[in-house]
Design a protein around this ligand. Structure first.
Ligand SMILES: Cc1ncc(COP(=O)(O)O)c(C=O)c1O
Length: 414
């Protein structure tokens, strides 16, 4: 086996005996502090996944329409690059902003996909989009700043902002604006320091048109509001091209990831496109918080940038699954559906079927073996009226779930 890289780095690891504190028993006189920052909501979909896997452990079959992740492995080029790196590279720390070759590859992606020049020097490789937005929130906002997030929306923005003592300003969005914020809605929530937008969105799959994205950015420019654009579902759209906010304003912070389009959730690699003056703050935060994103995953990600055919095949599967759900759910009496312009989700109103979608989801899991995500994760106020269906799984699984739901609806009617 041949290793490249800095052997001195290995030698410099200082082997000190760890200090082991004497074990102290917990007793009623002693209350060790736990920060209230940790007192944030769980990510409920994880609970659904746990119940589903308990059911599977009992030997029962589960149709997975809950998970927001591709049912395919990383593309073959990514896996080959990882094997190559494991065999030939020391795989030590990379620089905090990531492998130069990967940053360069991402810069080329902006040129090819969006006709937009983003120099590699403005790109930071991160631990997934989650690492990216956490670094962005730390670099952009002070405790007490007000940051707007659309509701329904991805819950981890809200929860991480809260953990950082940043005030979350929920902007209720609905079908009138395709479940996306508009300048009018933002003007109604009082002064804000930042705005986080995902287009396509999780859980609704809806997108901002390029005109609406431009209007939002103009509003943020006029109001001096930091715009954070989560573009993690770019590449997974159905007949609509997504525009990157990076091509509209240099001051935008773009969050993206290899998790979804590139089918690499567990590899934990994503990236940020940063305004020039945020590169050094993010670099210093990343150095201290993470040192760097996982080396082997960065090599795999570089391989993934060269894949196309396999990823296009995944897209065709999502499109077929989406059609099956859009046709089949109304037959099961679930017909109030968000348009699903992109991503692999359908946001469905179910309040004519239940008082609380958590109970409906539990019933479907128990009775039909279908796992779905109750809306509470994405909207603490109205989420109990909605279910999120994911169609990232196999076509056979999606079709079987729709058939089961139709039978369930039929039985309910008779
Ligand atoms: C909108 C959105 N942003 C960020 C993430 C986190 O992605 P990652 O796996 O890259 O951390 C997700 C995951 O589902 C998501 O839906």
């Amino acid at each position: 086996m041949k290793f490249r890289g800095n052997r001195l780095l290995k030698a410099s690891i200082c082997l000190q005996k760890p200090f082991v504190a004497p074990l102290r028993r917990h007793n009623s006189e002693m209350t060790l502090k736990i920060s209230s920052r940790a007192n944030i909501a769980p990510f409920y979909v994880m609970e659904v996944m746990r119940s589903a896997s308990e059911k599977e452990n009992r030997g029962e079959n589960v149709l997975h329409l809950e998970v927001g992740q591709p049912s395919t492995p990383a593309p073959v080029e990514a896996r080959a690059a990882a094997v190559q790196a494991i065999e030939n590279d020391i795989l030590g720390y990379t620089s905090a902003l990531g492998l130069d070759s990967l940053r360069q590859g991402l810069s080329t992606l902006y040129r090819n996909n969006y006709n937009c020049e983003v120099p590699a020097s403005r790109i930071a490789v991160t631990m997934g989009a989650s690492g990216a937005f956490t670094l962005a929130f730390l670099a952009c906002f002070e405790p007490g700043d007000r940051v707007a997030v659309p509701t329904p929306g991805y819950p981890c923005y809200r929860n991480v902002l809260e953990a950082l003592n940043i005030d979350v300003v929920e902007v209720p969005v609905g079908p009138e604006t395709r479940y996306q914020p508009s300048p009018e809605l933002l003007a109604s929530v009082g002064p804000i320091d930042g705005l986080v937008v995902a287009s396509p969105s999780n859980p609704t799959g809806t997108m901002l048109s390029s005109e609406d994205l431009t209007d939002l950015i103009h509003w943020c420019q006029a109001e001096e509001v930091r715009f954070i654009s989560d573009e993690i579902y770019h590449g997974i759209t159905y007949g609509i091209e997504a525009s990157s906010a990076a091509s509209l304003w240099e001051e935008v912070v773009v969050v993206n990831s290899f998790s979804k389009y590139f089918s690499m959730t567990g590899w934990r690699v994503g990236w940020l496109v940063l305004p020039p003056d945020l590169v050094s703050p993010v670099e210093r935060l990343a150095q201290n918080a993470f040192i760097a994103a996982t080396s082997v995953s960065q090599h795999a990600a570089l391989g993934a940038l060269a894949s196309r055919a396999e990823l296009e095949e995944n897209l065709r599967r999502y499109a077929t699954n989406r059609e099956i759900l859009l046709r089949g759910l109304p037959q099961a009496g679930i017909d109030n559906l968000a348009p699903a312009d992109g991503a692999f989700y359908i946001w469905a109103q179910v309040d004519h079927l239940c008082d609380d979608s958590q109970e409906l989801a539990a019933d479907w899991l128990e009775g039909l073996g279908i796992a779905v995500t109750p809306g509470i994760d994405f909207d603490p106020v109205n989420g109990h009226r909605f279910i999120r269906f994911s169609f990232a799984g196999s076509t056979a699984e999606t079709a079987e779930a729709v058939a089961e739901l139709s039978k369930w609806a039929e039985a309910r009617r008779s």
